[in-house]
Design a protein around this ligand. Structure first.
Ligand SMILES: Cc1cc2nc3c(=O)[nH]c(=O)nc-3n(C[C@H](O)[C@H](O)[C@H](O)COP(=O)(O)OP(=O)(O)OC[C@H]3O[C@@H](n4cnc5c(N)ncnc54)[C@H](O)[C@@H]3O)c2cc1C
Length: 405
């Protein structure tokens, strides 16, 4: 689908994105002018570039690759990483706002940006050598180079510590074997940040580049969720990776878990975007759709749904904002991030389901964004730590007991 003419045709026949801003508790007063400018820029881009085409791409289960350049231009890749590496140098609230706006368009587009920024660029910045930072970050920031993050394996999802992907020493190289699955961006990524065990059984991060012999990225087909996002496997068969591609700054699961904390923070904001889009569509539909001679929004049962939606969105917005301020001060704990990710994604999924009811039969149609958001959120509630795992993290944090095993 690189054919510009076809994309233009899709745009012409697509639904108009009529989204308006919802800020019931004047949370905008807590944002800086810069935050609002960033939000408007991201929102305008989503309205112009994502909303008109996304339904068509989701229906075809295709990732709109032509959007990558634009994502780089609006600063969606690594917005809070330093400017000296070509990144935005923005604060954590700005990062969250960009994720929210992208996910209002589609969780798959936000996923691509989350993976690139938090799971590929962040580990290279945080744990990489200066040479690795200089080599990869500027290109990743523009989208000229794309990355993916390989942690999950066929037999190890919630328990990544059990991973079997491993590497052995071989002079100035290591030899990598194993497989990862459910990897976002894998089918088109130029590099993969892969977490694997060394000969001592400790987890380390390696940058594996497309083209290295024995490395392949088969696409995973048949998803009913995140259909506009490309998902694949990473297969390593005796891949010789130069030792200079190992991330020198971390050994142990702390490496991938630190990256996940950053991505989960972005998801806590992103999910609000999906919820806002569903609420916005449901509110408008409830005012326009007439049954029994009046708008369906005039019935108490519909009002209950809408009133509860905006209440939950408002609570989620406050949670995300406060988490952002904690993160700006370097005080946000992984357990606080878990709470926000879990709460906000669950909130968004429930709102998507209620919004589907308000739209009646039209709710299942691609004319409205509801069903796409709902299906997307079924992945978002599972990836980056499942709904259950985040609950256990909170449980362990408040009780001091580990209930994982
Ligand atoms: C679309 C999509 C994109 C993804 N992208 C990436 C990516 O880019 N990179 C990557 O590395 N991974 C990615 N993932 C993988 C994702 O992170 C995993 O699916 C997730 O961590 C859960 O692992 P699992 O699917 O193996 O489920 P399991 O771990 O097998 O869990 C199955 C069920 O058991 C529950 N469970 C497990 N352990 C416990 C326990 N101790 N107590 C209670 N309940 C438990 C879980 O909560 C869940 O309900 C992606 C997944 C999807 C669907």
């Amino acid at each position: 689908m690189n054919n510009g003419t076809l994309t233009d045709e899709i745009k012409k026949s697509a639904r108009q994105d009529q989204y308006t801003h919802h800020d019931y508790y004047a949370i905008d007063d807590l944002l800086s002018d810069e935050h609002k400018i960033i939000r408007e820029a991201a929102r305008d881009w989503v309205k112009k570039e994502v909303s008109p085409i996304i339904e068509e791409y989701a229906q075809r289960a295709e990732f709109p690759k032509h959007l990558l350049k634009g994502l780089g231009q609006i600063g969606a890749f690594g917005p809070s990483l330093p400017e000296k590496y070509g990144c935005g140098g923005l604060d954590e609230i700005a990062y969250g706002i960009i994720m929210q706006e992208l996910e209002r368009g589609d969780s798959g587009i936000r996923s691509t940006a989350s993976v690139q920024g938090s799971l590929v660029m962040y580990p290279i910045y945080k744990f990489g050598s200066e040479e690795q930072r200089q080599k990869y970050l500027p290109k990743l920031a523009t989208g000229e180079m794309m990355g993916c993050f390989g942690l999950t394996e066929p037999n190890h999802g919630s328990n990544p510590g059990g991973m079997t992907t491993h590497f052995k020493d071989d002079g100035d190289h290591v030899v990598l074997n194993g497989a990862k699955m459910w990897i976002s961006n894998a089918p088109f990524a130029d590099i993969a940040v892969v977490w694997a065990k060394n000969e001592a059984g400790a987890v380390q991060g390696l940058i594996v580049e497309r083209g290295m012999e024995g490395f392949s990225t088969p696409t995973m087909h048949g998803k009913w969720s995140l259909r506009a996002s490309a998902t694949g496997e990473l297969v390593f068969e005796d891949v010789r990776v130069p030792k200079t591609n190992i991330l020198p700054g971390v050994v142990g699961l702390k490496g991938p878990l630190t990256c996940l904390s950053s991505a989960r923070y972005g998801i806590a904001w992103g999910a609000i975007g999906a919820a806002l889009d569903c609420y916005d569509s449901a509110l408008r539909y409830s005012q326009e759709r007439i049954q029994f001679d009046k708008p369906i929004g005039a019935f108490q049962l519909t009002q209950k749904k809408l009133a509860e939606m905006i209440t939950e969105i408002t609570k989620a917005q406050l949670l995300a904002w406060r988490l952002g301020t904690l993160k700006n001060e370097n005080k946000a704990t992984p357990a606080q991030i878990s709470m926000a990710k879990r709460n906000n994604v669950d909130m968004a999924l429930k709102i998507a389901r209620e919004a589907r009811q308000i739209h009646g039969g039209m709710g299942i149609s691609g004319e409205y964004p509801i069903m796409r958001h709902m299906m997307n959120l079924e992945s978002v509630i599972t990836y980056e730590g499942t709904h259950e795992i985040h609950l256990l993290i909170t449980g362990m944090d408040v009780t001091g007991f580990n209930a994982f095993k």
